[in-house]
Design a protein around this ligand. Sequence first.
Ligand code: BGC
Length: 821
Amino acid sequence: MRNKSISKIAKTSLLSALLFSGISWANNSETNEPKPNPILTINGFSFSDLNRNGKLDKYEDYRLSTQDRIQDLINQMTDEEKASMLIGIGMPGFDWAKMQFNTGKDTAKVPGSAGGTTAISRLGIPSIIVSDGPAGLRIKPIREEDSNTYYATAFPVGTALASTWNEALINSVGKAMGNEVREYGVDVLLGPGMNIHRNPLCGRNFEYYSEDPLLTGKIAAAMVNGIQSNGVGTSVKHFAANNQERNRMGVNAHVSERALREIYLRGFEITVKEAQPWTVMSSYNFLNGAYTSARKDLLTTVLRDEWGFKGLVMTDWFGGYNGFGAIRDKDAVSDVVKQLTAGNDLLMPGLPAQKKAIVTNIKNGTLSKEDININLTRVLELVMRSPAMSNYEYSNKPNLKENAQVTRDAAAEGVVLLKNEGNVLPFTSKSAPLAVFGITSYDFISGGTGSGDVNEAYSISLIDGLTNSGFSIDAELEGLYNPFMKAQKEIETKRREKEGLLATPKRLQELEVSSEIVQQKAKSSELALITIGRNAGEGDDRKVDEDFNLAQDEVNLINTVSTAFHAQGKKVVVVLNIGGVIETASWKDKVDAILLPWQPGQEGGNSVADVFSGKVTPSGKLTMTFPVKYEDAAATKNWIGTPAENPTDVTYEEGVYVGYRYFNTFNVKPSYEFGYGLSYTTFDVSAIKLSSTTFTNKIEVTVTVKNTGKVAGKEVVQLYLSSPAKNIDKPSSELKAFAKTNLLQAGESQTLTLTLNPKDLASFITNKNAWIAEAGSYKVAVGTSSFDIKQTAQFSLAKELVVEKTHSSFAADVKFEDLKH
Ligand code: BGC
């Protein structure tokens, strides 16, 4: 399908000037409408209606600057047109009563997309299309009266991608994702998701990267750069402090300015500075008493004035409405004036009542011409740079085949090897079948639900992957599991259909395999595999019982299988096909190896088989802490806010002590620490060198990594910095840089450089409105996890350094103290 709409202002003046020589005039033969005016064609691009008024309007004159043309466009718009540009095109066909899309025809240009901007055809402004999401493009794969299919690649979920700690690889995943966005006719991908894993139970953690803001920011920047290299946009989301799903549209997150700036905003800051995403999506929640979509300090002072963001801010879908109930009232309106003047330029998906309110406020002067000029300029800048504007002839044929390989490789690199007792892995013997247990082995979970889902053409289960790699699978077990899995899935699908769009997934019950059968298998097969599966998605959070903690049927399965197999001298491997952290401490000693591929995308089974068989040496590292008990993490103390069933308030009392910053500073022993992950080979990290032992404006730290084992592999080196912390309360150490080696052959070495910049030394000091680095001695610790430190060094900072002055922002709306060490 081609986009037939023709734009007059399709080119920037520079490009147009280059194309100028190819100008030609043609008569309009496309329609029967009387069209006296000619079409201007420049090297194949057509500009219709050029002389509509018998004159060349400024906005039509591609030789002028984009800014001049945008201003002329705005000058020509009626108030109604202006209002319609500031809201999206809505969600046609959505049944509010049922919270479901009607089964009727999806009239969107790209069916299944999440929305778009309004077209004003009389001014040649096309609609641009936005679509989810973080694990790949989410569109409808099947269209009515159309025999073609529109499947997209399900890439690994955010957490799995981040576990690679490999920015170059993430960039290539972004390139692949962006290719699908562009070739399916979408202009902006609604991702990546980059909220912080504040608590293991957040239902959307799978979409997000880490509990650490540096890692989050770097991975997101690599992703945004990759996607946007296709000439399409991204929307980094959800800005900010959207760290839980329950009552996400109405919960007021109380967060100190320090915790915000150091933890919850820092990742966004890095991404904005390193990648300039085309758009940012504000979050649903209140932050210190006001909706994020209506906070000028967040969306203008910090995001634009301090960080230099140049793009557009859109709301999350219905952001600024307190719950979906509020939207069902067709006259309900979000505070459009506050949102627009705060710097939230586009209200998505856009409702008629919002348009009406904008028009009224323009007419009565509450929204000044100057105010909305700013928002409109940003919307039009976004439209001008979009593929829709240049009438890009998308093919509907993205590189699905190549991208399947990209996702397979990325997922394999994201696998974290948690345990490998007696080097049970890699497993190469093919002399007897593998005994594969766990319902999820037969129905692998490629990704989570909700807007983070992707409609992929196929999904490779663990069974398929192992089979593809030449392993044989015990047929009797397969015969028992397959029908059971199908029946369980059907029950679950029906339940979710009944409960509607935002029904979150439930764990599938485990099959109770009799101990006789398990004992037989322990004799007949060489090895047991057990997959533990978890799924979640937007709209609700996970639970402690039978979700964070294993359910009794899962405990029984692990017990029965490991007892029987160990009695025969055989090994047991657990595969964790999960989207968020689960409890591991109580059962990890019962099994021999644990592979954590997260939710690894459509090629998941192949990716796991690649690691299982040793084709790929695991090099993934945890991007968050695995606690011994759920209650161990600091943020669990006030999770999920009050009242728990529908929290209106949640206080981030743990302050900056999120994740490992808490565990490692307060000496709470985790089950697996941040940054942890094993390999099939061994590495030596040596020869730490600092470019200087006194800090002036930067220090470069170099280390040499040598593969001292027998097989090729990659290693991640992580730089943790400890500050003097004399006057500033600080975590014992914080990740300030990381790097991954190339694939090192046995015996091969590589020297890596890690850079420390002034801000890496600093903390945010609220009463001084500044990032300040204390004078004194700083310790650099370079390791392969936050515990496994291989090299240390010191440098000093002679005088206190005021790294950056900021504006006073995010004033508290309730009194509370951040946790201190
Ligand atoms: C989600 C966003 C998503 C949007 C559009 C919202 O419910 O929170 O992440 O981009 O829907 O689908």
